[in-house]
Design a protein. Structure first.
Length: 503
C-alpha cells in the first residue's frame, strides 16, 4: 500500500563503542567515500511530552552550516526495521517554521499545542556516512553515529548504525545487517534517539519488559496471525536482551526466557503451517539452553531458599552455605552471558525477522499451506479445543499421575495458557477470562512442586557444597515437593475439569 507522504525505511543496529574503530576500518576497505558531519539536534515537545506520547518526534538539526527541521511519526517497528512518515526541509537560523511543513505534517501537531512547545533535550554526535549498492540493485545509506544525548544534567551515550533504504527492497538491509551482526555482535535496535531522549528527560530507567498480546482479528489469515505472534515474542526477547547481558536484575533473564518459551509454544501450535528453518531453530535452542541454568539458580537463591531461611536455627551455617551458592550462581551467570554471545543473538533476531518479512516458510516443502486458507477464528478454535482435550485427559486422572507425568501436565497447561493468550483478542468474554485464570492457577500450583524438585536436583549436584545447611534444606524441599503435588493442586484441577468453556 502506498502512502501520500514521504516514508523512511531504515534498520538500526546497536554497536558496542569498542567496536566503532573496527567498523570504520571495515567500511574503509569497501572503498566507499565517507562523509563526516558533526550534528547537533534540538528536540521539541510540550512540558508534558504530549508529542512523544502521540508517537511524534519534532526536531531542528544543524548539519554543518545548514539547519533542517524534521517531523517523524510513529510507524511499524520490527527487529530494528522501521517504516514511518518523515517530513524534512531546510529552515534559516535554526528556528522552527511551521509554514514550511505540508498540511499532512501539520495535522500531527494541533495549533493549540504549537505555542507550548519547548526544547526538552538534545543530541550531539559525529555521523560518518557511506552510500552502498547491493547486488540486487538497492541503494543504502549507512551511517555510524557516535556521541551522546543530553537532557538537563543527564547524558547517555550513542553508538549505533543506521541503514536507510534509498531505493530497492527492505530485504537488502538485512543482508548487510546480518553480516555485521556476526562480525561485530550488533543487536537490532527499535528505540529511536528521540525515545531515548524523552526517557532521559523524564528520568525514566530501563526496566524488564513483559509480554504483550499480539494484535489479531478474526479476518486475518492464519499465516498473518503466526507472523504477528512471532513478532510479539521476538520483540519481548529483544527488549530484555541488553538487560540480560549488562544488568544484574534477574527479571531480565526471566522475561527473556518467557519470550523464548512463548515463541517455542507458537511454533508448536503452528507446526502444520509454518516451520522454522533448522539454523534458526538451532539458534533458539542455544539461547534457551544458555538462559535455563541461570534462571533456575535465580529462582533457587532469590525465591526458594529465602522462604526456607527463617525456619533454619543454624543461622551461621545457613549464611556460609548461601555464600557458596551465590559464588556458584555468579559463575553460572558469567557462563550464561558467554553462551548467549556465542549464539550471536543479534544475528539470530535479524534472521528471524527476515524470515518473517519474506514469508520464508512458503518455500518449505513440509509446510501444509492448505491450513492457511482457513479463517483464523475457526482455526484458533480447533487448536484451543485440541489443547483443552489434552489437558482435560490428564487432569481427570491427576491422582494417578507420577511426578514426571504431573510435570508433563504442567507443560500442557502452560501451552494451552500461551495459546489462549495469543488468541485473547478473539475471545474477549468473561467465560474465557475465567478459563485463562484457572489455567494460570493450575500452572502456578504445579509449578511449586516443580520448583522444589528443581531446587533439590540443583543442590544434590556433586560440585555443590552445602555444609551444615544441607540436611535441613533438602528435608524441607522433600516435604514441600510432596505437599505441593497434592491437596490444593487436586482441587484446582477438579475445578478446571468441572467448569468448561465453549470455543
Amino acid at each position: 500500500m502506498t502512502t501520500p507522504y514521504p516514508q523512511e525505511i531504515e534498520l538500526k543496529l546497536q554497536l558496542a563503542p569498542e567496536q566503532a574503530k573496527a567498523f570504520r576500518a571495515m567500511m574503509a576497505r569497501r572503498r566507499a567515500r565517507a562523509v563526516e558531519q558533526q550534528l547537533t539536534t534540538r528536540y521539541l515537545d510540550t512540558p508534558g511530552f504530549e508529542l512523544s506520547a502521540a508517537g511524534v518526534a519534532l526536531r531542528v538539526r544543524r548539519e554543518g552550516r545548514r539547519w533542517l527541521q524534521t517531523l517523524k511519526t510513529e510507524g511499524e517497528r520490527q527487529g530494528g526495521l522501521s517504516r514511518r512518515a518523515e517530513f524534512e526541509m531546510p529552515v534559516p537560523d535554526g528556528e522552527l517554521d511551521w509554514t514550511r511543513f505540508p498540511p499532512e505534517a501539520l495535522a500531527w501537531v494541533p495549533r493549540k499545542m504549537r505555542a507550548r512547545l519547548e526544547p526538552v533535550f538534545e543530541t550531539r554526535f559525529e555521523r560518518t556516512a557511506w552510500h552502498l549498492g547491493s547486488a540486487a540493485g538497492a541503494v543504502i545509506e549507512v551511517a555510524l553515529d557516535t556521541g551522546e544525548i543530553r537532557a538537563g544534567g543527564a547524558c547517555e551515550p550513542i553508538c549505533e548504525i543506521e541503514l536507510e533504504l534509498k531505493s530497492g527492497e527492505p530485504e537488502a538491509l538485512f543482508d548487510l545487517a546480518l553480516d555485521w551482526a556476526h562480525r561485530f555482535d550488533c543487536l537490532p535496535l527499535d528505540i529511536s534517539k528521540a525515545e531515548r531522549g524523552v526517557r532521559l528527560a523524564r528520568g525514566q530507567c530501563c526496566a524488564p519488559v513483559k509480554s504483550v498480546p499480539a494484535v489479531l482479528d478474526a479476518a486475518m489469515s492464519v499465516e498473518d496471525s503466526f507472523a504477528a505472534i512471532c513478532q510479539s515474542c521476538l520483540a519481548q526477547f529483544q527488549a530484555n536482551l541488553p538487560g540480560v547481558l549488562d544488568s544484574d536484575d534477574i527479571e531480565y533473564v526471566h522475561q527473556a526466557r518467557v519470550a523464548l518459551r512463548r515463541l517455542r509454544a507458537a511454533l508448536r501450535l503452528y507446526r502444520r503451517v509454518c516451520v522454522l528453518p533448522p539454523e534458526l531453530m538451532g539458534g533458539l535452542r542455544a539461547l534457551a539452553a544458555a538462559l535455563g541454568p541461570a534462571r533456575d539458580w535465580d529462582v533457587l537463591c532469590e525465591e526458594t531458599l529465602p522462604a526456607i531461611a527463617p525456619h533454619c536455627a543454624d543461622t551461621g551455617g545457613w549464611q556460609a552455605g548461601m555464600a557458596r551458592l551465590e559464588a556458584h550462581r555468579a559463575g553460572l551467570r558469567a557462563a550464561m552471558r558467554a553462551g548467549i554471545a556465542a549464539a550471536h543473538p543479534g544475528a539470530w533476531l535479524l534472521g528471524c525477522q527476515r524470515w518473517l518479512l519474506t514469508r520464508g516458510w512458503r518455500a518449505a516443502p513440509e509446510t501444509q499451506r492448505f491450513v492457511q486458507l482457513s479463517p483464523l477464528a475457526d482455526w484458533a478454535a480447533r487448536a484451543l479445543r485440541r489443547g483443552d482435550r489434552a489437558v482435560l485427559r490428564e487432569a481427570t486422572r491427576f491422582a494417578e499421575l507420577t511426578p514426571p507425568e504431573r510435570h508433563a501436565l504442567r507443560i500442557l497447561i502452560k501451552r494451552q495458557r500461551y495459546a489462549l493468550e495469543f488468541f485473547q483478542a478473539l475471545y474477549p468474554g468473561r467465560a474465557h477470562a475465567r478459563y485463562l485464570a484457572r489455567l494460570r492457577t493450575a500452572q502456578d500450583g504445579l509449578g511449586a512442586a516443580n520448583d522444589a524438585r528443581v531446587a533439590a536436583d540443583l543442590l544434590r549436584s556433586p560440585d555443590i557444597e552445602l555444609g551444615a545447611m544441607g540436611p535441613f534444606v533438602l528435608g524441607w524441599l522433600a516435604a514441600r515437593q510432596a505437599g505441593a503435588s497434592t491437596g490444593d493442586n487436586a482441587k484446582h484441577l477438579q475445578n478446571f475439569v468441572k467448569k468448561r468453556v465453549d470455543w
